[in-house]
Design a protein around this ligand. Structure first.
Ligand code: PFF
Length: 446
């Protein structure tokens, strides 16, 4: 029934794909402002601890299940279940992950479409197409619809090409470009007046905030969304890792890359916001907090670039190419989840599965575009705040309570022969069994 499965050809390829999934819009418009509003380096410190103590164990759960089963989320969870109850739960969780990730992609594609439009804007201005430039940057249903379709087409084309020639090839090109653009932008922005105030707001710690429960909730939510957990993306990427690969090591590298790029992004965003402040741009919202999320990206930063004269055109081009890359490497990981299911479970050809599922998600995205005020926040909240944490919880339950401990160890030992005496095996099983599920529930009910 199933077509031959793809596999990443190198550790580098896997790392670029998985960190590409993790590094996305969340790292750039979420993490930096969250940090600056929540005690600066104190948030960073809390975030690092939570990312490694809670999100990393959950990430490992997905990678280990995926590589063991070498299958899509539904088949993989079924394969580690024993008995009727847990098999039914496996099917339910697998499908919930597929539906959740498809809905995340439907709103992500809208925002990614804005990033593409803002990326084309400086090019339009450079060649003197002022009317087109205005159309690109004005929020309108037609523009949003066209760019949703374009962005989804890009995603479908990459996924159609498969694991090695699509995901791995593109992530290996795009992720290093992202890091280079990010570093160049940081260097430039740090030379501008006011930038150091931003760096101070970002990095000077306010430890009085560290025991604040709100800070913990924010940091935990950020870590889970950022590592793309709960919806099967890391499971499916794990299923394409070679059996000779050391899973605890590659998992920690993915977490490190994700956190590292989020921290770097803060060194761009906060200084840029304070430069904008100096140039007369409003950076605080009505409640007195720093403007975050979409408004930061599509209104504060473009306003800053407009105050920079000719140089601003190039800075905008670099910044929105960075945003488009970050979106695309995340969106391909999302589309791969339902496509892998279609290919393996129903024997559909990859191209057909990618096109049909991509079209269905585009349709949902268009419905959201046409009913934006009603649906956008609803879909974001339902998927990222309600569904994703509960699914993350379910993955921990599968690995901590349902799957046999010996089978888990046997899987980890492939590629990590001394695993049973290593630090990872001494700590991780306890964490996924007790600490992670409890912590996720506590945060959920906050
Ligand atoms: N990790 C991505 C970000 O930080 O923007 C978002 C994401 C990607 C969430 C993939 C879920 C997912 F399956």
């Amino acid at each position: 029934m199933s077509a031959p499965r793809g596999e990443f050809t190198s550790r580098f390829g896997f790392l670029m794909a998985a960190s590409g999934s993790a590094v996305g819009l969340g790292n750039i418009w979420g993490f930096p402002t969250n940090a600056a509003s929540n005690g600066g380096a104190a948030f960073l410190f809390t975030y690092l601890i939570l990312a490694f103590a809670l999100a990393y164990p959950a990430l490992m759960a997905e990678l280990i299940i995926g590589r063991h089963a070498r299958a899509n989320a539904v088949t993989a969870l079924k394969s580690i279940s024993s008995g009727r109850g847990s098999t039914m739960l496996a099917v339910f969780i697998g499908f919930s992950g597929i539906i959740t990730v498809s809905l995340i992609l439907s709103f992500y594609a809208i925002v990614s479409g804005w990033m593409m439009a803002f990326f084309l804007d400086p090019i339009a201005r450079l060649i003197g197409l002022d009317g087109f430039s205005q159309w690109l940057t004005e929020d309108a249903v037609l523009r949003n619809s066209i760019f949703v379709v374009l962005f989804m087409m890009l995603t479908v084309v990459i996924i159609s090409a498969g694991v090695k020639d699509g995901i791995e090839k593109w992530a290996s090109r795009l992720m290093p470009s992202l890091v280079i653009i990010l570093v160049l932008l940081i260097i430039y922005v740090l030379t501008l007046p006011g930038a150091m105030d931003g760096l101070r707001a970002y990095l000077v710690p306010d430890f009085s905030r560290i025991a604040d429960p709100g800070l913990l909730v924010d940091a935990m939510g950020q870590a889970f969304f950022s590592l793309s957990l709960g919806v099967g993306t890391m499971l499916i990427y794990g299923s394409y890792i070679g059996k000779d690969e050391n899973l605890p090591t590659v998992g920690s590298l993915v977490a490190l890359l994700d956190v590292g790029i989020a921290v770097l992004a803060g060194m761009l965003i906060l200084p840029a916001m304070y430069v904008a402040l100096g140039n007369g741009v409003e950076i605080y919202d009505a409640a007195g907090g720093l403007i975050a999320g979409p408004r930061l990206i599509v209104s504060v930063l473009p306003a800053l670039f407009n105050t920079m004269g000719f140089m601003g055109i190039f800075v905008a081009l670099a910044f929105f190419s960075l945003m488009t890359i970050a979106s695309l490497t995340s969106s391909i990981s999302m589309l791969e989840v339902p496509v892998a299911y279609g290919v393996e479970y129903h024997g559909t050809e990859r191209r057909t599965a990618a096109a049909v599922i991509g079209a269905a998600i585009t349709l949902i995205a268009l419905i959201i575009v046409f009913n934006f005020d009603l649906l956008f926040d609803l879909v974001v909240t339902y998927t990222t705040e309600k569904s994703q944490p509960l699914l993350g919880f379910a993955f921990c339950i599968f690995v901590g309570w349902i799957w046999s401990r010996n089978d888990i160890l046997a899987e980890i030992k492939q590629g990590c022969s001394g695993a049973e005496s290593g630090l990872f095996w001494r700590i991780w099983p306890f964490y996924v069994k007790f600490i992670c599920p409890v912590a996720i529930l506590v945060v959920y009910f906050q």
